[in-house]
Write a protein that binds this ligand. Structure first.
Ligand code: PLP
Ligand code: COI
Length: 366
């Protein structure tokens, strides 16, 4: 934490005088998809070198004025997070491990030479927005996806860390991340592009990582795939992660394998929860390097039974098939396997308050 972290925070509240009408909102929430339906408000907090964090405000969601010389537009100094708020059966609203997002946001800020937003302020911002926009949390399977982000606003073209930043939190009512809903996804193996190299920014959540992944994602979509599976940058051999999700393999002895946190993949909060839950159930989880050739061989021999992707947006998504320039790999019969189904049910059950929360992950608000 920096010198400003103990600053007492008062959020000024200026609710919108033009909220979306209840019937229009109800219509939008029927089938929101992912990341298209936005709520009425946002939170903003400014940082300057001389004042630290200040002007915390909840106000109408609106476009933001930005100087064309703002550093983010030139050198991409930007970080973000993603977490969800859920309606629980008892009428309360809950978040899943939000302090982990606050800490990862701090780690991302440190790597990108940006100021440290105190965990308490991050959590307070989330509480403020979820409370004021709680009517936007879809009923049933949907949730409110919260997107905190921070970027360099200083108008200055020299290459050095900015002296001014803006933190914003927006929210989007969401259903399933993938268009196909629960159906297994098909992933595209990128043998041309990599996502992150050692010493780079792969372990943090900065916009630049995603910018660099988009050409591969476009290639994936052209080939009828939902996501890209990236290999390591040094040898083009080891499975790293998908464009926006971590990856797990389920072997025929019931064990799980997932790539280790080597510094080039994002330390997913869902990944961590799944490892914890699987180990608690007595399952062996190996965080070890897994080669793409091995994936191909294990799928062919039957040693590999299932594979799935996981992340906040996608939750747990079975991987049915990998497509690549060297041919396709179908995992088992390409359908959702029982281990994936059970892990997803357990995780979602805890997130939704239907299964006991023995690890104290669920934080109720309101
Ligand atoms: N990997 C990448 C590249 C991601 O963008 C995400 C999503 O945030 C994840 C993994 C999964 O992380 P988490 O489970 O914390 O959402
Ligand atoms: C998330 O899961 O929160 C992400 O940021 C990933 C992205 C694919 C939406």
């Amino acid at each position: 934490m920096n010198a400003h972290s103990k600053t007492a925070f008062t959020f000024s509240r200026r609710p919108t005088d033009r909220p979306v009408a209840a019937d229009v909102r109800a219509d939008l929430l029927k089938d929101p998809g992912f990341g298209k339906v936005f709520t009425d408000h946002m939170v903003t907090i400014r940082w300057t070198k001389d004042r630290g964090w200040h002007n915390a405000e909840v106000s109408a969601r609106a476009p933001i004025p930005l100087d064309p010389a703002a550093a983010v537009l030139h050198y991409g100094q930007e970080i973000f997070e993603g977490l969800k708020a859920y309606n629980l059966g008892d009428g309360s609203i809950a978040l899943f491990r939000p302090e982990q997002n606050a800490r990862r946001f701090q780690a991302s800020a440190a790597r990108m030479s940006m100021p440290d937003l105190p965990e308490a302020v991050f959590l307070q911002a989330v509480d403020e927005l979820v409370k004021i926009d709680s009517a936007w949390i879809p009923k049933g399977d949907g949730s409110l996806y919260l997107r905190p982000f921070m970027f360099a606003t200083e108008a200055f073209l020299g290459v050095r860390p900015s002296h001014e930043y803006l933190f914003i939190l927006i929210a989007s009512s969401v259903g399933s991340y993938f268009k196909g809903g629960e159906k297994p996804v098909t992933v595209w193996l990128s043998d041309r592009y990599t996502r992150a190299a050692e010493g780079g920014t792969g372990a943090v959540k900065c916009g630049g990582n995603y910018a660099a992944s988009l050409l591969a994602q476009a290639e994936a979509m052209e080939n009828g795939c939902d996501q890209v599976v990236f290999l390591d940058a040094a040898e083009h051999r080891w499975v790293e992660e998908l464009g926006g999700m971590n990856v797990f393999l389920v072997m025929n002895d019931g064990s799980l394998v997932t790539p280790p946190l080597s510094g080039t993949i994002l330390p997913g909060i869902t990944r961590d929860a799944i490892i914890t839950l699987a180990r608690k159930e007595g399952r062996t989880v190996r965080e070890e390097r897994y080669a793409m050739d091995q994936w191909r061989a294990d799928a062919a021999s039957g040693r590999l039974k299932e594979a799935f992707a996981c992340g906040t947006a996608a939750v747990v998504a079975p991987i049915g098939k990998i497509k690549s320039s060297k041919g396709d790999i179908v995992i088992a019969d390409g359908s959702t396997g029982p281990v994936t189904t059970a892990i997803k049910a357990k995780l979602v059950g805890i997130q939704r308050g239907d299964i006991a929360d023995e690890f104290d992950w669920v934080r109720r608000i309101g």
